[in-house]
Design a protein around this ligand. Structure first.
Ligand code: ADP
Ligand code: MN
Ligand code: MN
Ligand code: MN
Length: 335
């Protein structure tokens, strides 16, 4: 029997790329190999020279089709098999290789918002729902629109074998979060992109659009981020505290580059309100959700563990974020 392999990739749409996928039917037992697509339809090539290459980098069971079907996350290459300019994974691999002896590890908290009829799911046709307060980790009928999609998505991630760790409803009505980790820089990117694709695809079946828009509703409503938790072997080990503080200090010396690469629209989200620190004022602190970088209280107590960079937007590219954090922190440390 043949099976279906869903080839997934990231396109070249500006300012934020879109996810694309298409299906290849393969003979039983045949592994998914390289494939191609029309880059002139994805903002990745011109019509005269339109061929782009899909190179499989991460394959897992397809929890939606079930059976022997597969999801195939791909990187995009040029026809000469070098990385396409939109391929952010290749440089992530370089950083992970350069700093392998630090054993950098990540956990990312993906926030997102369900939309329907151009407004957050469950919001009234006119005006606003009751103000923020009851929605974060809330329960009860009219308050928690989208839960059935969240349940399907979580089960799908588990079935696909992704490192999903948990989910929660967020502060704004219609906004949710899932966490994935603890993974190396490259696998973090591969798995978060596949988990995003599953979210978009499952929401489709409910007539709902899941968006990574960082500030879907202006005003007194929380934005959507992608808190990025990071550790090296030194941070995780006995006496890791000094390495954690050094990591925070290193991030504080490279503010602009990080802000510029943490997702389009970041200045609209990092306003200093709604559990954020202003994008142009770097700070770190224990338990502080108003700081750019937070050291969780348990970490401060144990004197080892990890740090949380709270700045990345929901629409960040995890390959870029893990590459940058690895580069910035590991280049200033000794393994
Ligand atoms: P909160 O909402 O309080 O910030 P979450 O439970 O949503 O916390 O997320 C915690 C994240 O921290 C998870 O993604 C987890 O993978 C990550 N994490 C825990 N320990 C480590 C570690 N040693 N290195 C990197 N990430 C870690
Ligand atoms: Mn969280
Ligand atoms: Mn959150
Ligand atoms: Mn967090």
């Amino acid at each position: 029997m043949s099976y279906q392999a869903e080839y997934i990739w990231i396109d070249g749409t500006e300012p934020s790329p879109l996810m694309r996928s298409k299906t290849k039917v393969l003979a039983d037992g045949k592994e998914p190999g390289i494939w191609g697509f029309d880059g002139s339809s994805t903002n990745q090539a011109t019509g005269e020279s339109s061929d782009c290459v899909l190179n499989p980098v991460f394959t897992c069971p397809d929890p939606l089709r079930g059976g022997d079907n597969k999801l195939v996350m791909c990187e995009v290459l040029l026809p000469d098999m070098t990385p396409h300019p939109t391929n952010t994974r290749a440089t992530c691999v370089e950083a992970a290789t350069t700093y392998a002896e630090f054993a950098p590890m990540f956990g990312m908290e993906q926030e997102y918002t369900f939309l329907q009829d151009a407004r957050p799911l469950g919001w009234p046709l006119n005006g606003y729902p009751a103000p923020q307060g009851p929605y974060y980790c809330g329960v009860g009928g009219d308050k928690m629109p989208g839960r059935e999609i969240v349940e399907k998505h979580t089960a799908a991630c588990i079935e696909a074998g992704l490192g999903i760790e948990g989910t929660n409803a967020e502060v704004m009505m219609g906004q949710w979060e899932f966490q994935i980790g603890i993974l190396d820089p490259v696998t973090m990117g591969d798995q978060l992109w596949v988990a995003r694709w599953l979210l978009f695809r499952i929401a489709e079946d409910f007539g709902v659009w899941a968006t990574l828009e960082p500030k879907p509703i202006l005003g007194d409503w929380n934005g959507a981020g992608c808190h990025t938790n990071f550790s090296t072997a030194a941070m995780r080990g006995e006496g890791g505290w000094d390495a954690i503080v050094a990591g925070c200090e290193a991030l504080g010396k490279n503010i602009d580059e990080h802000i510029a690469n943490y997702g389009v629209g970041i200045k609209d989200r990092l306003t200093g309100a709604h559990e954020t620190a202003r994008w142009d004022r770097f700070s770190y602190g224990v338990s502080n959700r108003a700081a750019s970088v937070r050291i969780p209280w348990q970490v401060a107590k144990d004197k080892m563990g990890y740090l949380e960079d709270r700045r990345p937007n929901a629409n960040c590219d995890p390959y870029v974020v893990t590459r940058l954090i690895t580069d910035t922190i590991c280049s200033s440390a000794t393994a």
